[in-house]
Design a protein around this ligand. Sequence first.
Ligand SMILES: C[S@@+](CC[C@H](N)C(=O)[O-])C[C@H]1O[C@@H](n2cnc3c(N)ncnc32)[C@H](O)[C@@H]1O
Length: 497
Amino acid sequence: MSDRSSSPYRSPRKNGEKGGKNTPPAPKDPARRAAYDVLRAVQDRDAYANLLLPSMLRERGIHGRDAALATELTYGALRRQGTYDAILDACIDRSLDSVDSEVLPVLRLGAHQLLSTSIPPHAAVSATVDLARRVVGHHRGRFANAVLRKVGRRSLEDWTAIVAPDRAADPVGHLSVVHSHPRWIVEALAAALGEDPAGGPAGAGGSGAEDGQTPPFAETERLLAAHNERPRVTLVAKPGRAAVEDLLASGATEARFSPYGAYLTEGDPALLREVRQRRAAVQDEASQLVALALTRVGVDGSDARWLDACAGPGGKSALLGGLAGKRDARLLAAEVQPARAGLVAGAVERSPRDAARAVVADSTLPAWRAGSFDRVIVDAPCTGLGALRRRPEARWRRTPETAEGLAPLQRGLLRSALDSTRPGGVVAYVTCSPHSGETRGIVEEVLSERGDAEVLRAADYLDEVPDIAAGPGGEYVQFWPHRHGTDAMFLALVRKR
Ligand SMILES: C[S@@+](CC[C@H](N)C(=O)[O-])C[C@H]1O[C@@H](n2cnc3c(N)ncnc32)[C@H](O)[C@@H]1O
Protein backbone atom coordinates (compact mmCIF):
# COMPACT_ATOMS: atom_id res chain seq x y z
CA MET A 1 0.00 0.00 0.00
CA SER A 2 1.66 3.25 -0.98
CA ASP A 3 -1.04 5.57 0.33
CA ARG A 4 0.11 8.23 -2.17
CA SER A 5 -3.32 9.61 -2.79
CA SER A 6 -3.91 10.67 0.78
CA SER A 7 -0.44 12.01 1.46
CA PRO A 8 -0.25 15.75 2.08
CA TYR A 9 3.22 15.79 0.51
CA ARG A 10 4.48 15.36 -2.98
CA SER A 11 7.66 13.58 -3.99
CA PRO A 12 10.78 15.61 -3.16
CA ARG A 13 11.55 18.23 -5.80
CA LYS A 14 14.41 17.67 -8.16
CA ASN A 15 17.43 20.05 -7.90
CA GLY A 16 16.50 23.57 -8.73
CA GLU A 17 12.85 22.79 -9.43
CA LYS A 18 10.50 25.33 -7.89
CA GLY A 19 7.48 24.12 -5.98
CA GLY A 20 4.10 25.00 -7.45
CA LYS A 21 1.62 27.27 -5.69
CA ASN A 22 -0.08 24.26 -4.08
CA THR A 23 3.04 22.38 -3.04
CA PRO A 24 3.20 22.39 0.76
CA PRO A 25 6.55 23.32 2.31
CA ALA A 26 8.74 20.44 3.48
CA PRO A 27 7.94 19.67 7.14
CA LYS A 28 10.30 21.18 9.71
CA ASP A 29 10.89 17.98 11.63
CA PRO A 30 10.36 15.32 8.95
CA ALA A 31 10.98 12.31 11.21
CA ARG A 32 8.39 13.22 13.85
CA ARG A 33 5.94 14.40 11.21
CA ALA A 34 6.21 11.09 9.32
CA ALA A 35 5.77 9.11 12.56
CA TYR A 36 2.70 11.18 13.42
CA ASP A 37 1.17 10.73 9.96
CA VAL A 38 1.66 6.95 10.12
CA LEU A 39 0.11 6.74 13.61
CA ARG A 40 -2.88 8.73 12.36
CA ALA A 41 -3.26 6.47 9.30
CA VAL A 42 -3.08 3.35 11.48
CA GLN A 43 -5.65 4.79 13.88
CA ASP A 44 -8.03 6.40 11.39
CA ARG A 45 -7.99 4.08 8.39
CA ASP A 46 -6.48 0.79 9.50
CA ALA A 47 -3.22 1.33 7.59
CA TYR A 48 -0.34 -1.10 8.17
CA ALA A 49 2.70 0.68 9.58
CA ASN A 50 5.20 -1.78 8.09
CA LEU A 51 3.85 -1.06 4.59
CA LEU A 52 3.03 2.65 4.88
CA LEU A 53 6.14 3.92 6.67
CA PRO A 54 8.77 2.74 4.13
CA SER A 55 6.77 4.15 1.21
CA MET A 56 6.21 7.45 3.03
CA LEU A 57 9.92 7.77 3.82
CA ARG A 58 10.77 7.14 0.16
CA GLU A 59 8.08 9.52 -1.09
CA ARG A 60 9.22 12.35 1.21
CA GLY A 61 12.94 11.76 0.60
CA ILE A 62 13.60 11.03 4.28
CA HIS A 63 16.89 9.12 4.71
CA GLY A 64 19.58 8.27 7.20
CA ARG A 65 19.16 9.44 10.79
CA ASP A 66 15.76 11.00 10.15
CA ALA A 67 14.47 7.72 8.67
CA ALA A 68 15.88 5.78 11.62
CA LEU A 69 14.22 8.19 14.08
CA ALA A 70 10.87 8.04 12.26
CA THR A 71 11.01 4.22 12.34
CA GLU A 72 11.95 4.07 16.03
CA LEU A 73 9.19 6.52 17.01
CA THR A 74 6.48 4.88 14.88
CA TYR A 75 7.18 1.30 15.88
CA GLY A 76 7.95 2.16 19.50
CA ALA A 77 4.78 4.20 20.01
CA LEU A 78 2.62 1.47 18.42
CA ARG A 79 4.21 -1.44 20.28
CA ARG A 80 4.18 0.33 23.64
CA GLN A 81 0.77 1.95 23.17
CA GLY A 82 -0.90 -0.01 26.00
CA THR A 83 1.73 1.01 28.54
CA TYR A 84 1.84 4.64 27.39
CA ASP A 85 -1.94 4.96 27.42
CA ALA A 86 -2.07 3.75 31.04
CA ILE A 87 0.58 6.37 31.95
CA LEU A 88 -1.06 9.16 29.94
CA ASP A 89 -4.38 8.33 31.59
CA ALA A 90 -2.74 8.95 34.96
CA CYS A 91 -1.45 12.34 33.76
CA ILE A 92 -4.78 13.69 32.51
CA ASP A 93 -7.65 14.87 34.72
CA ARG A 94 -10.30 13.40 32.42
CA SER A 95 -10.40 9.98 30.81
CA LEU A 96 -7.95 9.26 27.99
CA ASP A 97 -10.94 8.15 25.86
CA SER A 98 -12.12 11.76 25.76
CA VAL A 99 -8.83 13.05 24.31
CA ASP A 100 -9.10 14.21 20.72
CA SER A 101 -8.01 11.53 18.25
CA GLU A 102 -5.72 14.07 16.53
CA VAL A 103 -3.86 14.75 19.77
CA LEU A 104 -3.52 11.21 21.11
CA PRO A 105 -0.81 10.13 18.61
CA VAL A 106 1.23 13.22 19.58
CA LEU A 107 1.04 12.24 23.25
CA ARG A 108 2.06 8.64 22.49
CA LEU A 109 5.04 9.83 20.43
CA GLY A 110 6.06 12.17 23.24
CA ALA A 111 5.69 9.42 25.86
CA HIS A 112 7.86 7.09 23.80
CA GLN A 113 10.64 9.66 23.47
CA LEU A 114 10.54 10.51 27.17
CA LEU A 115 10.28 6.97 28.55
CA SER A 116 12.07 4.68 26.09
CA THR A 117 14.71 6.64 24.14
CA SER A 118 17.88 8.52 25.00
CA ILE A 119 16.51 11.79 23.59
CA PRO A 120 17.05 14.43 26.34
CA PRO A 121 13.68 15.20 28.03
CA HIS A 122 13.67 18.93 27.24
CA ALA A 123 14.32 18.18 23.54
CA ALA A 124 11.65 15.44 23.51
CA VAL A 125 9.04 17.78 25.02
CA SER A 126 9.86 20.84 22.92
CA ALA A 127 10.04 18.93 19.62
CA THR A 128 6.78 17.13 20.35
CA VAL A 129 4.97 20.27 21.45
CA ASP A 130 6.23 21.96 18.31
CA LEU A 131 4.78 19.07 16.29
CA ALA A 132 1.50 19.40 18.20
CA ARG A 133 1.25 23.12 17.42
CA ARG A 134 1.78 22.45 13.74
CA VAL A 135 -0.65 19.54 13.41
CA VAL A 136 -3.38 20.41 15.93
CA GLY A 137 -2.88 24.11 16.73
CA HIS A 138 -1.56 26.22 19.62
CA HIS A 139 -4.31 25.54 22.12
CA ARG A 140 -3.91 21.78 22.00
CA GLY A 141 -0.12 22.25 21.86
CA ARG A 142 -0.36 23.78 25.35
CA PHE A 143 -2.36 20.73 26.53
CA ALA A 144 0.31 18.38 25.09
CA ASN A 145 3.02 20.41 26.83
CA ALA A 146 1.30 20.10 30.23
CA VAL A 147 0.70 16.36 29.87
CA LEU A 148 4.22 15.54 28.63
CA ARG A 149 5.84 17.53 31.42
CA LYS A 150 3.99 15.29 33.90
CA VAL A 151 5.00 12.14 31.98
CA GLY A 152 8.67 13.23 32.06
CA ARG A 153 8.74 13.47 35.86
CA ARG A 154 9.18 9.70 36.27
CA SER A 155 11.01 6.84 34.56
CA LEU A 156 9.16 4.06 32.74
CA GLU A 157 9.81 1.66 35.65
CA ASP A 158 8.50 4.15 38.21
CA TRP A 159 5.40 4.81 36.14
CA THR A 160 4.58 1.13 35.58
CA ALA A 161 4.99 0.48 39.31
CA ILE A 162 2.20 3.05 39.79
CA VAL A 163 -0.19 2.30 36.93
CA ALA A 164 0.07 -1.51 36.46
CA PRO A 165 -2.11 -3.82 38.60
CA ASP A 166 -0.31 -5.69 41.37
CA ARG A 167 1.45 -8.74 39.92
CA ALA A 168 0.38 -11.16 42.68
CA ALA A 169 -3.27 -10.05 42.65
CA ASP A 170 -3.71 -9.77 38.88
CA PRO A 171 -0.74 -11.25 36.99
CA VAL A 172 -2.41 -11.03 33.56
CA GLY A 173 -3.40 -7.39 34.11
CA HIS A 174 0.10 -6.62 35.36
CA LEU A 175 1.84 -8.14 32.33
CA SER A 176 -0.73 -6.58 30.02
CA VAL A 177 0.18 -3.05 31.18
CA VAL A 178 3.93 -3.55 31.74
CA HIS A 179 4.51 -5.26 28.38
CA SER A 180 1.78 -3.52 26.42
CA HIS A 181 -0.47 -6.34 25.17
CA PRO A 182 -4.27 -6.67 25.38
CA ARG A 183 -5.34 -8.98 28.21
CA TRP A 184 -6.82 -11.61 25.90
CA ILE A 185 -3.52 -11.97 24.03
CA VAL A 186 -1.59 -12.38 27.30
CA GLU A 187 -4.06 -15.14 28.25
CA ALA A 188 -3.90 -16.87 24.85
CA LEU A 189 -0.08 -16.80 24.78
CA ALA A 190 0.21 -17.99 28.38
CA ALA A 191 -2.12 -20.89 27.57
CA ALA A 192 -0.10 -21.79 24.47
CA LEU A 193 3.07 -21.83 26.60
CA GLY A 194 1.38 -24.07 29.20
CA GLU A 195 1.27 -21.29 31.81
CA ASP A 196 -2.24 -21.26 33.21
CA PRO A 197 -4.04 -17.96 32.60
CA ALA A 198 -6.11 -18.56 35.75
CA GLY A 199 -2.92 -17.97 37.74
CA GLY A 200 -2.15 -21.46 39.06
CA PRO A 201 0.34 -24.03 37.85
CA ALA A 202 -0.71 -25.77 34.63
CA GLY A 203 0.93 -29.16 35.04
CA ALA A 204 4.39 -29.61 33.58
CA GLY A 205 5.95 -26.24 32.89
CA GLY A 206 3.19 -24.55 34.92
CA SER A 207 3.39 -21.02 36.13
CA GLY A 208 3.22 -21.44 39.90
CA ALA A 209 5.73 -19.66 42.03
CA GLU A 210 5.80 -22.35 44.72
CA ASP A 211 9.58 -22.64 44.65
CA GLY A 212 9.82 -18.97 45.54
CA GLN A 213 12.26 -18.45 42.64
CA THR A 214 10.26 -18.28 39.43
CA PRO A 215 7.57 -15.59 39.26
CA PRO A 216 4.22 -16.66 37.80
CA PHE A 217 4.10 -16.46 33.99
CA ALA A 218 7.87 -16.18 33.77
CA GLU A 219 8.06 -17.56 30.23
CA THR A 220 5.00 -15.61 29.07
CA GLU A 221 6.77 -12.49 30.29
CA ARG A 222 9.90 -13.32 28.25
CA LEU A 223 7.72 -13.78 25.17
CA LEU A 224 5.85 -10.50 25.69
CA ALA A 225 9.15 -8.66 26.18
CA ALA A 226 10.49 -10.20 22.94
CA HIS A 227 7.47 -8.80 21.07
CA ASN A 228 8.63 -5.30 22.00
CA GLU A 229 12.14 -5.79 20.57
CA ARG A 230 13.01 -4.95 16.99
CA PRO A 231 13.32 -8.28 15.09
CA ARG A 232 16.44 -8.95 13.07
CA VAL A 233 16.10 -9.14 9.29
CA THR A 234 16.37 -12.71 8.00
CA LEU A 235 17.00 -13.47 4.35
CA VAL A 236 16.40 -16.62 2.36
CA ALA A 237 18.60 -17.67 -0.56
CA LYS A 238 16.12 -19.20 -3.00
CA PRO A 239 17.36 -22.74 -3.69
CA GLY A 240 18.81 -23.08 -7.18
CA ARG A 241 18.88 -19.30 -7.64
CA ALA A 242 21.28 -18.08 -4.96
CA ALA A 243 23.51 -19.57 -2.28
CA VAL A 244 23.82 -18.50 1.34
CA GLU A 245 27.49 -17.74 0.52
CA ASP A 246 26.29 -15.00 -1.88
CA LEU A 247 24.43 -13.37 1.01
CA LEU A 248 27.40 -13.74 3.34
CA ALA A 249 29.60 -12.05 0.72
CA SER A 250 27.09 -9.15 0.75
CA GLY A 251 27.55 -8.67 4.49
CA ALA A 252 24.95 -11.02 6.01
CA THR A 253 25.81 -13.59 8.70
CA GLU A 254 24.93 -17.28 8.68
CA ALA A 255 21.52 -18.14 10.14
CA ARG A 256 21.39 -20.29 13.27
CA PHE A 257 19.12 -23.04 11.91
CA SER A 258 18.04 -22.69 8.30
CA PRO A 259 20.46 -23.95 5.63
CA TYR A 260 18.94 -21.33 3.29
CA GLY A 261 18.91 -18.44 5.79
CA ALA A 262 21.18 -15.49 6.62
CA TYR A 263 20.80 -12.54 9.01
CA LEU A 264 21.24 -8.97 7.85
CA THR A 265 22.39 -6.95 10.85
CA GLU A 266 22.48 -3.57 9.12
CA GLY A 267 21.43 -1.89 5.91
CA ASP A 268 18.31 -2.00 3.79
CA PRO A 269 17.63 -5.54 2.49
CA ALA A 270 15.89 -4.10 -0.58
CA LEU A 271 19.27 -2.69 -1.71
CA LEU A 272 21.01 -6.09 -1.72
CA ARG A 273 21.87 -7.30 -5.22
CA GLU A 274 20.43 -10.80 -4.64
CA VAL A 275 17.16 -9.31 -3.34
CA ARG A 276 16.90 -6.84 -6.24
CA GLN A 277 17.42 -9.75 -8.63
CA ARG A 278 14.77 -11.79 -6.75
CA ARG A 279 17.25 -14.58 -6.10
CA ALA A 280 16.87 -13.92 -2.38
CA ALA A 281 14.12 -12.42 -0.24
CA VAL A 282 13.29 -11.39 3.30
CA GLN A 283 11.74 -14.39 5.06
CA ASP A 284 11.53 -15.30 8.73
CA GLU A 285 13.66 -18.33 9.60
CA ALA A 286 10.75 -20.33 11.05
CA SER A 287 8.82 -19.82 7.79
CA GLN A 288 11.75 -21.37 5.94
CA LEU A 289 11.97 -24.29 8.35
CA VAL A 290 8.29 -25.29 8.36
CA ALA A 291 8.37 -25.45 4.54
CA LEU A 292 11.62 -27.41 4.67
CA ALA A 293 10.15 -29.90 7.17
CA LEU A 294 7.43 -30.82 4.65
CA THR A 295 10.10 -31.78 2.11
CA ARG A 296 11.95 -33.96 4.63
CA VAL A 297 9.11 -36.42 5.31
CA GLY A 298 9.65 -39.68 3.43
CA VAL A 299 6.88 -40.65 0.98
CA ASP A 300 6.73 -44.04 -0.72
CA GLY A 301 6.28 -44.00 -4.49
CA SER A 302 5.63 -40.86 -6.50
CA ASP A 303 7.04 -37.53 -5.22
CA ALA A 304 6.39 -35.36 -8.25
CA ARG A 305 3.35 -33.19 -7.43
CA TRP A 306 3.39 -30.61 -4.68
CA LEU A 307 0.70 -28.07 -3.75
CA ASP A 308 0.92 -24.80 -1.81
CA ALA A 309 -2.77 -24.28 -1.04
CA CYS A 310 -2.40 -20.75 0.44
CA ALA A 311 0.48 -19.29 -1.48
CA GLY A 312 0.18 -15.48 -1.39
CA PRO A 313 2.46 -13.54 -1.34
CA GLY A 314 4.71 -16.46 -2.23
CA GLY A 315 7.47 -16.70 0.40
CA LYS A 316 7.09 -20.43 1.04
CA SER A 317 6.25 -21.15 -2.61
CA ALA A 318 9.59 -19.65 -3.68
CA LEU A 319 11.49 -21.92 -1.30
CA LEU A 320 9.39 -24.99 -2.12
CA GLY A 321 9.57 -24.28 -5.87
CA GLY A 322 13.37 -24.27 -5.65
CA LEU A 323 13.43 -27.54 -3.71
CA ALA A 324 10.86 -29.13 -6.03
CA GLY A 325 12.99 -28.20 -9.06
CA LYS A 326 16.02 -29.93 -7.54
CA ARG A 327 13.97 -33.14 -7.18
CA ASP A 328 12.29 -32.88 -10.55
CA ALA A 329 8.93 -32.32 -8.85
CA ARG A 330 6.35 -29.61 -9.75
CA LEU A 331 4.75 -27.12 -7.35
CA LEU A 332 1.29 -25.66 -7.91
CA ALA A 333 1.03 -22.43 -5.91
CA ALA A 334 -2.69 -21.65 -5.39
CA GLU A 335 -3.94 -18.30 -4.08
CA VAL A 336 -7.53 -17.08 -3.97
CA GLN A 337 -6.85 -13.35 -4.34
CA PRO A 338 -5.78 -12.45 -7.87
CA ALA A 339 -3.50 -9.58 -6.79
CA ARG A 340 -1.71 -11.83 -4.33
CA ALA A 341 -1.47 -14.60 -6.93
CA GLY A 342 0.40 -12.02 -9.04
CA LEU A 343 2.89 -11.60 -6.19
CA VAL A 344 3.29 -15.38 -6.03
CA ALA A 345 4.03 -15.50 -9.77
CA GLY A 346 6.80 -12.92 -9.24
CA ALA A 347 8.21 -14.79 -6.22
CA VAL A 348 8.46 -18.15 -8.02
CA GLU A 349 9.67 -16.72 -11.32
CA ARG A 350 12.68 -18.62 -12.68
CA SER A 351 12.44 -21.46 -10.17
CA PRO A 352 14.89 -24.18 -11.20
CA ARG A 353 13.42 -26.16 -14.12
CA ASP A 354 10.42 -23.82 -14.03
CA ALA A 355 9.12 -26.11 -11.30
CA ALA A 356 6.56 -23.71 -9.79
CA ARG A 357 3.38 -22.25 -11.28
CA ALA A 358 1.08 -19.71 -9.62
CA VAL A 359 -2.69 -19.98 -10.12
CA VAL A 360 -5.73 -18.12 -8.83
CA ALA A 361 -7.78 -20.79 -7.09
CA ASP A 362 -9.97 -21.32 -4.06
CA SER A 363 -8.31 -24.24 -2.30
CA THR A 364 -11.50 -25.06 -0.37
CA LEU A 365 -13.23 -25.76 -3.71
CA PRO A 366 -10.36 -27.35 -5.60
CA ALA A 367 -10.32 -27.46 -9.37
CA TRP A 368 -7.97 -30.47 -9.20
CA ARG A 369 -8.92 -34.11 -8.66
CA ALA A 370 -8.90 -35.62 -5.15
CA GLY A 371 -5.64 -37.39 -4.30
CA SER A 372 -3.65 -35.43 -6.92
CA PHE A 373 -0.70 -34.38 -4.74
CA ASP A 374 2.18 -36.06 -2.92
CA ARG A 375 2.94 -33.10 -0.63
CA VAL A 376 0.63 -30.22 0.35
CA ILE A 377 1.25 -27.17 2.53
CA VAL A 378 -1.64 -25.17 4.03
CA ASP A 379 -0.23 -21.91 5.44
CA ALA A 380 -3.64 -20.85 6.66
CA PRO A 381 -4.88 -17.26 7.09
CA CYS A 382 -4.67 -16.62 10.85
CA THR A 383 -4.57 -13.89 13.50
CA GLY A 384 -0.82 -13.41 13.00
CA LEU A 385 -0.24 -13.43 16.76
CA GLY A 386 3.09 -15.08 15.97
CA ALA A 387 4.36 -12.04 14.10
CA LEU A 388 3.65 -9.29 16.64
CA ARG A 389 7.30 -8.16 16.53
CA ARG A 390 6.99 -7.25 12.87
CA ARG A 391 3.43 -5.91 12.78
CA PRO A 392 3.42 -3.34 15.54
CA GLU A 393 -0.26 -2.40 15.44
CA ALA A 394 -1.64 -5.95 15.01
CA ARG A 395 -2.04 -6.58 18.74
CA TRP A 396 -4.49 -3.68 19.04
CA ARG A 397 -6.48 -4.66 15.96
CA ARG A 398 -7.12 -8.36 16.58
CA THR A 399 -9.85 -9.55 18.95
CA PRO A 400 -10.76 -12.99 20.34
CA GLU A 401 -13.49 -12.99 17.69
CA THR A 402 -10.84 -12.69 14.94
CA ALA A 403 -9.55 -16.16 15.84
CA GLU A 404 -13.05 -17.63 16.10
CA GLY A 405 -14.04 -16.10 12.78
CA LEU A 406 -11.10 -17.68 10.95
CA ALA A 407 -11.64 -21.21 12.29
CA PRO A 408 -14.20 -22.36 9.65
CA LEU A 409 -11.86 -21.34 6.82
CA GLN A 410 -8.87 -22.98 8.54
CA ARG A 411 -10.83 -26.22 8.98
CA GLY A 412 -12.08 -26.07 5.38
CA LEU A 413 -8.56 -25.57 4.02
CA LEU A 414 -7.13 -28.46 6.04
CA ARG A 415 -10.00 -30.81 5.04
CA SER A 416 -9.53 -29.92 1.42
CA ALA A 417 -5.73 -30.34 1.66
CA LEU A 418 -6.21 -33.85 3.03
CA ASP A 419 -8.67 -34.65 0.25
CA SER A 420 -6.16 -33.34 -2.31
CA THR A 421 -3.38 -35.62 -1.01
CA ARG A 422 -2.92 -39.18 -2.22
CA PRO A 423 -2.69 -42.05 0.32
CA GLY A 424 0.86 -42.10 1.70
CA GLY A 425 1.31 -38.40 0.94
CA VAL A 426 1.83 -35.69 3.57
CA VAL A 427 0.19 -32.40 4.56
CA ALA A 428 1.84 -29.56 6.50
CA TYR A 429 -0.67 -27.38 8.38
CA VAL A 430 1.02 -24.09 9.29
CA THR A 431 -0.02 -20.87 11.02
CA CYS A 432 1.90 -17.76 12.02
CA SER A 433 0.16 -17.97 15.38
CA PRO A 434 0.54 -20.08 18.50
CA HIS A 435 -3.15 -19.57 19.50
CA SER A 436 -4.49 -23.08 20.22
CA GLY A 437 -7.86 -22.24 18.61
CA GLU A 438 -6.20 -21.94 15.21
CA THR A 439 -3.39 -24.48 15.65
CA ARG A 440 -3.86 -27.83 17.38
CA GLY A 441 -7.57 -27.10 17.92
CA ILE A 442 -8.09 -27.10 14.14
CA VAL A 443 -5.91 -30.17 13.50
CA GLU A 444 -7.53 -32.22 16.27
CA GLU A 445 -11.05 -31.32 15.20
CA VAL A 446 -10.49 -32.12 11.52
CA LEU A 447 -8.67 -35.37 12.24
CA SER A 448 -11.37 -36.48 14.69
CA GLU A 449 -13.86 -36.41 11.77
CA ARG A 450 -11.90 -38.78 9.55
CA GLY A 451 -10.03 -42.06 9.79
CA ASP A 452 -7.64 -41.55 6.89
CA ALA A 453 -4.97 -39.35 8.47
CA GLU A 454 -2.45 -39.49 11.30
CA VAL A 455 -0.30 -36.84 12.93
CA LEU A 456 3.48 -37.31 12.61
CA ARG A 457 6.00 -36.04 15.19
CA ALA A 458 6.92 -32.85 13.37
CA ALA A 459 9.94 -32.05 15.58
CA ASP A 460 11.65 -35.22 14.26
CA TYR A 461 11.98 -33.45 10.89
CA LEU A 462 13.61 -30.36 12.39
CA ASP A 463 16.04 -31.93 14.80
CA GLU A 464 18.55 -29.08 14.42
CA VAL A 465 16.17 -26.81 16.37
CA PRO A 466 15.90 -27.26 20.17
CA ASP A 467 12.72 -26.84 22.26
CA ILE A 468 10.16 -26.86 19.46
CA ALA A 469 8.05 -29.95 20.28
CA ALA A 470 4.57 -28.86 21.42
CA GLY A 471 1.16 -30.38 22.09
CA PRO A 472 0.06 -33.04 24.56
CA GLY A 473 2.41 -35.70 23.18
CA GLY A 474 5.00 -33.33 21.68
CA GLU A 475 3.61 -34.10 18.22
CA TYR A 476 3.50 -30.54 16.90
CA VAL A 477 6.17 -27.91 16.33
CA GLN A 478 5.91 -24.45 17.85
CA PHE A 479 8.62 -21.83 17.27
CA TRP A 480 8.90 -18.90 19.71
CA PRO A 481 10.52 -15.45 19.40
CA HIS A 482 12.04 -15.62 22.90
CA ARG A 483 13.43 -19.17 22.41
CA HIS A 484 14.43 -19.22 18.76
CA GLY A 485 14.56 -15.57 17.67
CA THR A 486 11.90 -16.34 15.03
CA ASP A 487 8.21 -15.69 14.55
CA ALA A 488 5.91 -18.01 16.54
CA MET A 489 5.13 -20.39 13.66
CA PHE A 490 3.10 -23.55 14.30
CA LEU A 491 3.50 -26.75 12.25
CA ALA A 492 1.57 -30.02 12.19
CA LEU A 493 2.61 -32.78 9.75
CA VAL A 494 -0.19 -35.16 8.83
CA ARG A 495 0.20 -38.40 6.87
CA LYS A 496 -2.72 -39.41 4.63
CA ARG A 497 -3.44 -43.12 5.00
C1 LIG B 1 -0.78 -16.77 5.73
S1 LIG B 1 -0.99 -16.30 4.10
C2 LIG B 1 0.11 -17.39 3.25
C3 LIG B 1 1.54 -16.91 3.27
C4 LIG B 1 2.39 -17.61 2.21
N1 LIG B 1 2.34 -19.06 2.36
C5 LIG B 1 3.83 -17.17 2.24
O1 LIG B 1 4.69 -17.86 2.80
O2 LIG B 1 4.13 -16.11 1.68
C6 LIG B 1 -2.53 -17.01 3.68
C7 LIG B 1 -2.93 -16.80 2.23
O3 LIG B 1 -4.03 -17.66 1.95
C8 LIG B 1 -4.89 -17.01 1.05
N2 LIG B 1 -6.20 -17.68 1.07
C9 LIG B 1 -7.23 -17.47 1.91
N3 LIG B 1 -8.24 -18.28 1.62
C10 LIG B 1 -7.86 -19.04 0.57
C11 LIG B 1 -8.49 -20.06 -0.21
N4 LIG B 1 -9.72 -20.45 0.06
N5 LIG B 1 -7.80 -20.61 -1.23
C12 LIG B 1 -6.53 -20.19 -1.53
N6 LIG B 1 -5.90 -19.22 -0.83
C13 LIG B 1 -6.54 -18.65 0.21
C14 LIG B 1 -4.87 -15.58 1.55
O4 LIG B 1 -5.33 -14.69 0.54
C15 LIG B 1 -3.40 -15.40 1.91
O5 LIG B 1 -2.70 -14.89 0.82
